[in-house]
Design a protein around this ligand. Sequence first.
Ligand SMILES: Nc1nc2c(ncn2[C@@H]2O[C@H](COP(=O)(O)OP(=O)(O)OP(=O)(O)O)[C@@H](O)[C@H]2O)c(=O)[nH]1
Length: 770
Amino acid sequence: MIGPVSYIRLDNLAFQPPPATSRRRRHPAFDTSPPPPPRPHDLSPPPCSEVGRKGIRASLRKALTTVTSRDASLSIPSNIVDGEVKALSASIRCITGSSVSRTFRDAYNCKVSTIRPLIRCFHASVEHLARRNDEPIGLKTPSRGKFVKRGTRTQPPVEARYVPPTLKRTAKSLPDRTVDIFEGMTIVELAKRTGESIRVLQDILVNVGEKVDSEFDPLSIDVAELVAMEVGVNVRRLHSNEGAKVLVRPAVVTVMGHVDHGKTSLLDALRETSVAAKEAGGITQHIGAFVVSMPSGASITFLDTPGHAAFSAMRARGAAVTDIVVLVVAADDGVMPQTLEAMAHAKAAGVPIVVAINKCDKPAADPERVRLQLASEGLPLEEMGGDVQVVEVSAVNKLGLDKLEECLLLQAELMDLKARIDGPAQAYVVEARLDRGRGPLATAIVKAGTLLCGQHVVVGSEWGRIRAIRDVVGKLTERGIPAMPVEIEGLRGLPMAGDDIVVVDSEERARMLSAGRKKKHEKNRLMKVDEEKIDTLDSSEEEGPKRVEMPVIVKADVQGTVQAVTDSLKTLNSPQVFVNVVHVGVGPISQSDVDLAQACGACIVGFNVRSPPISVSQAATRAGIKVKVHRVIYHLLEDMGSLIVDKAPGIFETHVAGEAQILNIFEIKGRSKSKGEDVKIAGCRVVDGRLTKSAVMRLLRSGEVVFEGPCASLKREKQDVDAVGKGNECGLVIRNFMDFQIGDVIQCLEQVNRKPKFISSESGAVRIEC
Ligand SMILES: Nc1nc2c(ncn2[C@@H]2O[C@H](COP(=O)(O)OP(=O)(O)OP(=O)(O)O)[C@@H](O)[C@H]2O)c(=O)[nH]1
């Protein structure tokens, strides 16, 4: 389970300016300082034997004091995970502007080989801390903090302190920079784009086992990606079309629109005119895409995943798979929230829209109203002088389909869609699933080049050698060409919708690139979890109740639904409960899911998967793990919503449970049980609700609160009672209060725990309201 991020503060350490001989890149904040005094002689490396004993933290502190060589209030997360030493190294780099090895070398002013034991000690200390820690994740690489200098140009800084970045800024430090890389680029070019020094890149090259003689030697695009990933930037692979054969390619089209406006019906109707239906006499289509051929010989590739989830997922990974969006709007219903959402998606992705006004056969159909609505939403329709084509169709009666196809062809022609057909393929995953017999299968759209059987590929962070390629009807084929939907077999793991497919030279390269991407992916994931936590943290801090975490494991039939379910679950995050998706996977719920759930106290959510085998269900029941399997996303969210509501601590509120009026006052001498003091009893009549003995009483006089305190005694006709209802008379004593007056009002205050509510809107959006 993820615990809160805690920090070991290394404050108040003595300021030790860097040595005069230091070759370290110095921070501007230190540039005005006088020549630093010679390095103290007592900086001898701590003995390695310290590691592993109780002095671990002290050893780390000492190592860091030495490394940073200055007053460093560096925050080191105490829950560093194994393998995250790099992140700590990054914070060292952030402070000193240099790598750990180099910082040590500079601090000791000697060769790295001489102080290697100290560096090892440092790494071992961190790793040991990581292993000892129960909280497995939650580390953030500190983003660059800033140095605050005290002192002026003439006066040397008396205090220079590294101010660690705030939690919020740290979490926002997700690597969002993307650089373009291409085959044959040099280290110099890569250094320019990534902003790293040539020297650092050369070191990384050596680490990844690549030998480059000169900084002007061309790098392969895979090596460039590996190096770029190591310095923490995202990459976009550019492929040159120079000298390649470029041909017109079919358009790839996605259908989007509001719930129930007829997306599936329209795709079904179009599919009937598709190649698959014609070739195989209407057999069930094999993969999540189909191709419609026109009499002119042109064709259109339709992606068979209506809805926004897959589209957003692809766009999030920068996969420009879709060329055109068909926006389906029901003629009777008009523009609805998800219509606008789809428009926004297409606009953000820069993808042109063709509008299909559906259900025109219905008596209540009003296509003109839809046109006006779309125009008022800023969509420049062709009929109104814009460039967005509109077609009236009826998916059920199959009317207007040929017109829609014509419009799509025209749009494709306007876009002049061309692709290189020679050379290594550039492709994107549309959908991925696990087949029992054939292993991971990915439906992909080739965007350029040719994908061949036998090629080594890296797909997202998975890799494999293509064992078989199948076309839309499941027929084996040797190659995949631009805009052709294919299913590939032979991957080692399951990729995700939107992942890119990269062809590499060898298995070794594929393994290496895949490992690099996995590492980066995991790092990003951890940072994202922190960012999500922090996003809703502010309000929870103000309101008081401590935020609890609900770990969840998501299993679904295909990768696209895994993503959709995960994204939907995140919408249920609230200041009181944080839904933490700790693991996702494709396929049925297995024993290992139950084991994981038990280890981290998670519940398991299955969507569109078979119920788990009896042995697995029994194991889950024994371990007290909640397993929820659903086929309708709304039911799943509703179910999870009630779990979240149960788990939420709620907010305690004071509630007036009853009201009484004082009619008489009795004074009894020496009656107090503890001290034998006098006691005053208020004789009251309950005028509203009820008074309970366990509650707090509030005394009001002329509407003003005079006193609040616990009830010391509540009696009815000399009998002690727990509660008195409306209309009854009673005698009441309030602890430490005797100044009753006839006519005063006594309110009975009870604490009520207000739990959050699960709210669902008409458009299907859900949320938890606190
Ligand atoms: N009369 C009429 N009904 C239609 C037409 N197209 C779809 N429908 C009906 O509208 C309902 C919803 O159609 P779907 O194709 O499931 O709509 P959808 O947009 O895919 O729905 P979601 O997948 O839930 O978002 C079904 O009952 C269809 O029969 C049409 O052209 N005319």
